[in-house]
Design a binder for this molecule. Sequence first.
Ligand code: ATP
Length: 651
Amino acid sequence: PSPVPPPMPPPSACWRDGQPAPYLHIARTFNLLEGEKGRIKATSLLCNMFRSLLALSPADVLPAVYLCTNKIAADHENKELNIGGSLVTAALEEACGTNRLKIREMFNKFGDLGDVAQECRQTQRLLAPPTPLLIKDVFSALQKISVQTGSRSTSRKKGIIVHLMRSCREKEMKFLVRTLVRNLRIGAMLRTVLPALAHAVAMNSCPTLHQEGTAENIKEKLQVLSMAVVEAYNILPNLDLIVPSLMNQGIDFSVSSLSMVPGIPIKPMLAKITNGIPQALKLFENKAFTCEYKYDGQRAQIHKLVDGSIRVFSRNGDESTSRFPDLIDIIKESSKPVASTFIMDAEIVGIDRKNGYRIMSFQELSSRGRGGKDTLVTSESIKVDICIFVFDIMFANGEQLLGFPLRLRRKYLKDLFYDEKPGYFEYAKETTVEADDACLTCEATLTKINAFLEDALRSSCEGIMVKTLDVDAGYSPSKRSDKWLKVKRDYVEGLNDTLDLVPIGAWHGNGRKAGWYSPFLMACFNPETEEYQSVCRVMSGFSDSFYIEMKQFFSGDKVLSKKPPYYQTREAPDMWFCPQVVWEIRGADFTVSPVHHAAIGLVHPSRGISIRFPRFISCVSDRSPEECSTAADIGEMFHSQTRKMDITAGD
Ligand code: ATP
């Protein structure tokens, strides 16, 4: 946004000072955002909306942030609306007096249930003007829907939706329906919404901001504040805590005022890929570092809460405590009485303890029940045993350890836990290289690490992690930085790492694959522009049963009638899909492509990056589409691939 704060936007004509804010205030902003591709303009639109809310109805700010980010609660609460297109359609029939056939016809034309609902509402004759919808009412209705269970819950949900729909004005219907089907399509994510709120808070709490220094200074101040609030969210991903704290502290908001809370998972630290040990050594030259086995299991953030309970969270913050009752016992037995609270990082790996000691594959671990109420995991029903390999600790006995170097964090770990119990509780196997030996020319170091990598691979691990120990060795939530590098077996086999991509479209299959979709068009995500950019077509690695499953899966409202503006590609598949799932894809190497737009502008001004000989490896169940490989990841992988190519060839 412009570094100089614009004047306060006037309150909407439908909203009187001191009264709760109407939903229309948000719907109008969403409508403007929908046509807006630029992040800066989008932040500015949201900022203006928040400024009026802050001034006229501060109590509505928090629900507004939830509505803008299409969330109903903190991620770890696993709250879902569980509403399908058919329930919304049924509600629409009742609220607008239309019928299913008409709705289907319109859906085929528009390809979006929100647009269909809007059309139904617009053509409806109303006898009296509806009672205005309020932001707080829409949000509390969503929460009410999320707690409906048991018999007749569908009809109760429908009742709530019909009631909301009957009050819709202007474009409210479109965004209400999109909110219900969890596809808001305004491109606003936390990374845009939180900085927009931060800017609004700064401008409102400091009306003389624009007089305080140069435009550059102000811009920098706002940037620092935006970064602080996003960083705070990474360690405390709970809007109920972050938003009020930001509103209270205004421009003085600082991350240090918030602390991690056992029970609320922090965003995990991530690793960068390398194309081999020499590259890792080059990055860590003259710095002490450690190599650890990279276990092939499921990441687990294990929390001990003040009440003594142990809870486990997956890589994307979902709670998986009920899936691992045995883990709880292992942790209780392994932690010393002095460990009153902690948050630590570990990998849960399937293990065969009966026939010696064999680490199992990730697939074998995945055969465990999911631990929901339908697939209860009890000590008796467990078929795959687990071992916990601990590798980090971020919080101990009320103390936040993120800023401490890894060497010191490890010490905390060993102070709180007993010695290893092989096959149950182990520290990630490691070997340390001290600063004096950390150089590319040191034969002994190279030999030592190569041998360690071979050991890791022989022990069914994916490779090794290389981590800085003392210098620049803090724990950075959510960041993929040079502090953690991964060296995987696959770098010798082709692509250094696999990509996590989203199917955004497909062609009708031919020959043996007639009746199925093949190939699929795969895309990465660019969080900067909030667009999906195509990477490749993929047509190998799938089983026949998978093709059949996908044909059924990509149907109904998962199929779009036309290419959405936020899909960037020159491909024209027969069908376009909503971003729904993430697949792991491996290829031979990266190439520059005039057709695919992944990382366009990062390597070549008008061409994207594609991969050669792509092959489907597996479904990635612990990531949402927006968490797939990013354009920046792909740009970086392209640059780090050993086989260099002339990117201007064919220009
Ligand atoms: P990948 O598909 O390679 O696991 P990812 O994107 O899920 O990648 P990365 O940050 O790239 O995650 O790699 C780190 C992952 O490796 C962690 O999420 C964790 O699950 C796993 N892992 C296994 N052993 C370790 C270890 N010793 N230290 C850190 N992470 C480890």
